[in-house]
Design a protein around this ligand. Structure first.
Ligand SMILES: [Zn+2]
Length: 263
């Protein structure tokens, strides 16, 4: 007959095991259900809670057909914004899904810093809807590249995540090799409009292996937030120099009033 073995741990070990179990339980509780990325309330599914969803500010017509800046009043078909006339960008048209505000900022930051990668398909769906006319005429999507050093510390490129999600929705392929960030630019936060343009000067280049996917192609540059537009304009200039037929821009959130909104 086998002797029954009862193992009794000394109290500190038992206490440690209980502590580990408590931590595991707490972790599971946090993971299920998911939290709303904006207000941290538990939600069903993976997106925003109904309250935050209702506060989200989607950009719809009337807007400037060139820059996608929303108009307060409908000035009539084909009217461009003052910005588009006074300081036209290198890109042809830009569209954004939502205005940059507290709710969209939470989504952008969740994707960028909080590793909430599960937000990308939802954000990509909204961008695809806002940019459906542009996507219908596009050959490829070009995410705004990160410098390799930043990519290394952050581990993934949020613009590439959004481009992949838009590609799933639209069927337009992603051309990841098309563009390189050759200059590790300083953060754009806190810079003036002209400083931002200066900051991205010469920052982007089409590498030799990117030339075949750029020359003669209709491209869409994809980014998460548009403030002054300097970054996507820098990308557009590099792509056009390498022979792109035209360049449009798709953004998740745009700052509608850059003077009064800070990221
Ligand atoms: Zn919420």
């Amino acid at each position: 007959m086998q002797p029954s073995i009862s193992v009794t741990f000394p109290t500190p070990v038992k206490r440690a095991a209980e502590a580990v179990r408590a931590v595991l339980r707490a972790t599971l509780d946090l993971a299920l259900p998911p939290l709303c990325p904006a207000c941290r309330e538990p939600v069903e599914g993976r997106g925003l809670c109904p309250a935050c969803w209702s506060k989200l500010s989607f950009i719809t017509r009337p807007y400037c057909e060139r820059l996608g800046i929303p108009f307060v009043y409908d000035p009539g078909p084909g009217i461009l914004s003052m910005e588009a006339i006074a300081d036209p960008p290198a890109y042809r048209r830009a569209r954004a899904a939502v205005r940059f505000d507290d709710i969209s900022r939470a989504l952008v930051h969740g994707l960028k810093y909080g590793d909430r990668l599960e937000l990308a398909p939802m954000m990509g769906r909204w961008i695809s809807h806002a940019g459906r006319e542009l996507l219908a005429e596009a050959d490829a999507l070009v995410p705004v590249p990160l410098h390799w050093r930043r990519l290394w510390t952050r581990r993934f490129n949020q613009s590439a995540m959004l481009a992949a999600a838009i590609s799933v929705e639209s069927g337009v392929p992603v051309a990841t090799a098309a563009l390189k960030r050759v200059k590790p630019t300083a953060q754009q936060v806190g810079l003036s409009r002209s400083e931002r343009a200066q900051n991205v000067q010469g920052a982007f280049r089409v590498p030799a292996e990117g030339k075949p996917v750029v020359a003669g192609r209709r491209l869409i540059v994809v980014d998460d937030v548009l403030t002054s537009g300097a970054t996507v304009d820098g990308c557009a200039r590099a792509l056009l120099r390498a022979g792109a037929a035209n360049v449009d821009v798709l953004i998740f959130a745009r700052v509608a009033d850059p003077v009064r909104t800070s990221i």
